[in-house]
Design a protein around this ligand. Structure first.
Ligand SMILES: O=C(O)CCC(=O)C(=O)O
Ligand SMILES: [Fe+2]
Length: 276
């Protein structure tokens, strides 16, 4: 396992891993990395400068690659998505709180983001622990949410202002997920509704759902549940899309930013019948 060190970033999510090179990681390094991911929700690895080949190899350790149907691929690497901001762009990809692929029946388990070109300042990515948020809900509201499922839709890509390729044939039917899921690996209950893709609760109208969803989006993203990743050249961040939501800060207008992202296939999500 070498000379790993793991530093927690905040009380509820995030860990910085030092002393590990993803470019030539051993099987035991990768197993440890996966454990850290499930314990901390997001792991940050400085100074990786990953080649696209190594990026793909790390992703394949976690599972099959889940190619996003809306993102532009990196030239010659169809498995890798570009997360690009051009200097003239006003909005950025992922600039509101969300979790990747929740509009899919089996949402991506993790996303692996590799910094390629960073702006001179800003462009930080925030993460919020959905497990910590779930624990902090009142027993009454948690109990009610445990009995609900919510619809998730990719329709918000239709009016994308961030250069994503909204091909008509890419859109699929909405899907249902429990409002509180049990994390498939860590076993923890996690809130699973997000502002980009959740439209309404099953059996409720959109109007009825909106006040509770709005409340939940504000509740789960309170600063106490979050960690902020300040990118450094060559840095890689890996997050679990069931344990955390994330938010990309679009505060570097006039500058370019380019990240490479791979998403890894996940599984259908189960609800929670008891928090015990
Ligand atoms: O650019 C970032 O920091 C994150 C963007 C995002 O939401 C994603 O890559 O899934
Ligand atoms: Fe995202």
């Amino acid at each position: 396992m070498g000379n790993w060190s793991i530093e927690k970033m905040t009380g509820h999510c995030g860990a910085r891993l030092r002393g590990v090179s993803l470019q030539n990681a051993s099987q035991s390094d990768l197993i440890q990395l996966r454990e850290a991911l499930f314990s901390h929700g997001v792991v940050v690895l400085p100074e990786q400068h990953l080649s696209p080949e190594a990026h793909i190899a790390v992703a394949e350790f976690f599972g099959d690659i889940d190619v996003n149907r809306f993102f532009t691929p990196v030239p010659d690497y169809p498995m890798i998505a570009e997360v690009r901001t051009s200097p003239s762009q006003k909005a950025v990809i992922g600039g509101t709180w969300h979790t990747d692929h929740s509009y899919d029946p089996a949402p991506a388990m993790c996303s692996i983001l590799s910094a390629r070109q960073l702006p001179p300042y800003g462009g930080d990515t925030h993460f919020a622990s959905m497990a910590a948020a779930c624990r902090a809900l009142s027993p009454g509201l948690r109990q009610m949410l445990m009995g609900l499922r919510a619809w998730h839709s990719d329709s918000s890509f239709a009016d994308s202002k961030v250069g994503l390729d909204a091909k008509t044939e890419a859109f699929r039917d909405p899907v249902l997920h429990p409002a509180i899921i049990r994390h498939p690996e860590a076993g923890e209950p996690c809130v699973y509704v997000n502002g980009d893709f959740t439209t309404h609760f099953e059996g409720w109208s959109r109007e009825e759902s909106a006040p509770l969803l709005t409340y939940l989006y504000a509740f789960v993203t309170q600063p106490i549940f979050t960690a902020r990743v300040v990118w450094e050249p060559g840095m890689v961040a890996i997050w679990d899309n069931r344990l955390v939501q994330h938010y990309a800060t679009g505060d570097y207008s006039g500058h370019a930013r380019l990240m490479h992202r791979i998403t890894v296939k996940g599984c259908p999500l189960e609800g929670v019948t008891t928090t015990g």
